[in-house]
Design a protein around this ligand. Structure first.
Ligand code: GFB
Length: 313
């Protein structure tokens, strides 16, 4: 990408898109375009095509998606498959029709089989059954990967797909029902500290393991890949280390400074037992994450404290 190339960030208000936008600005890219969902409904093919005709972006980061934590995925499977299929199909096809030079599609590590060997190598895609709580979302993301591959094969486009591990950072969703574990626990421990509550309830058994990548690191990897990687094969983005959900709870508890107890609500699902990504390929390309989990939790908690009045309704 040149510093004056026209770059479209789809989903610029979300956790991932907002981090990519900050990163592009920080690195000196001056011609970035974006639209809110009220201005441009990415599920509407006609609106999306018109946007591409009018703006003619040269590069596209496709970070717009319907996302959520384990309960949201389980509760609203129709929305997760419908919205994601439409958003990605419309954007990828409009990119082709309007001669976009390069597009990056962002997936998720839930595309890998539930019981795949760990760490998850890129070649494990489509080698087994998916985790049932997020199968519709994962199927939509797999369709996006295959759509990029297919357009590359048939039309010679340059669309790349990156699979980030569990993410956290500014502009995350802090809703206690639909969010991912990291923002949910930051909020729960903070509110328990404020109200002197004797315990915090975490979901599931606390034994599943997850890997967490700070969104600014993810954005750095995305810009790096857009500038250096060309290939049909997906690329994992992660840190290469994971911890149990119980250990995560203890770390957040300590950053927040909460002194009560942790309890587990085992009526809530655990989800996949582990999904640690193999980052050999990304490291070999020349990129490594540099925010430690402790430093990332501190930054995310600081952002929550500064923004809680506007994000919690
Ligand atoms: O982050 P999370 O909702 O999603 O949950 P997944 C991760 C683990 O944290 C699960 C536990 O074992 C949860 O039971 N957990 C403990 C909690 N306390 C809480 C809590 O208060 N809130 C939440 N949300 N979880 C999602 C997928 O899977 O991850 C998506 O459903 C996507 O498709 C995304 O892949 C990255 O990591 O299980």
């Amino acid at each position: 990408m040149k510093y004056n190339s026209k770059i479209y960030v789809a989903g610029h208000r979300g956790l991932v898109g907002s981090a990519i936008l900050r990163k592009l600005k920080e690195k000196g890219y001056t011609n970035v375009v974006y639209r809110t969902s009220a201005e441009l409904d990415l599920r509407d093919k006609i609106q999306v095509n018109q946007f591409f005709v009018d703006e003619k972006p040269e590069y596209v980061f496709l970070a717009a998606a319907k996302v959520g934590g384990i309960i949201a995925n389980n509760q609203y499977p129709a929305d997760f498959i419908y919205d994601n299929l439409l958003i990605q199909t419309n954007v990828i096809d409009a990119a082709y029709r309007n001669n976009v030079a390069k597009l990056m599609f962002l997936g998720s590590t839930c595309i890998y089989p539930k019981l795949a060997p760990q760490p998850l190598k890129e070649e494990y895609l489509l080698t087994g059954l998916l985790e049932p709580t997020n199968e519709p979302y994962a199927i939509a993301k797999i369709a996006g990967i295959k759509m990029c591959e297919s357009y590359n094969r048939q039309y010679g486009t340059k669309y790349i797909s990156a699979m980030p591990t569990n993410l956290y950072g500014p502009n995350d969703n802090f809703d206690l029902y639909t969010s991912h574990v990291m923002p949910a626990l930051i909020r729960k421990f903070h509110e328990a500290k404020e109200s002197n509550a004797p315990f915090v309830k975490m979901w599931g058994t606390g034994t599943p393991k997850r890997e967490f990548l700070y969104s600014d690191d993810l954005a750095d990897a995305c810009v790096f890949l857009m500038n250096t990687y060309e290939g049909n094969e997906i690329v994992n983005i992660g840190v290469g280390e994971d911890i149990t959900i119980k250990e995560l709870g203890e770390k957040i508890k300590s950053v927040v400074g909460y002194e009560g107890e942790i309890q587990f609500d085992i009526t809530k699902p655990d989800g996949t037992p582990r999904k640690l990504v193999d980052v050999t390929k990304l490291n070999a390309l020349g990129w490594k994450a540099d925010t430690s989990l402790e430093a990332g939790i501190e930054k995310a908690y600081k952002w929550f404290l500064e923004n809680k009045l506007t994000i919690i309704k």
